[in-house]
Design a protein. Sequence first.
Length: 146
Amino acid sequence: MHTYIRYIRKNYPSQNHTVVFDGYFLMSTKAEEQKRRYRLKKSVYIIVICIKPEAFLSNPRSGHRLMALLMSGMQEKDISTHQSEQDADPLIVNASIDKSAFNPVALVGEDVDLAALLMTCTPSPRDVLMIKSGRGKAKTITLSSR
């Protein structure tokens, strides 16, 4: 847990972090994708394991417990957390827009749906930046909601 918190604070130096978790405790709007992933990789219900993260997180109970642990630890360190019960994209964008009323905001994400929602939902006087971190040879991209 401390690794996650250090990563957030090191890579996004701010005093006002918000982390949104994709809940999916029950089958939801992305049920077919969840079923497909669940069939591909399974893990037993364990907290301490040495397997690939994808296999661990394919078990909904494991993911739920990890998410609860991370949320609790982040809240103790004054990092605001939200959890979506279904698709988190609208919650992520709305949280960013709400915070942009008072401070400059940078949304960090990889989903093209986030960019589309950000462009269409952000009120005109506000500006929310979206940062898509590069991996490997891919460069980091910054988009503006304006």
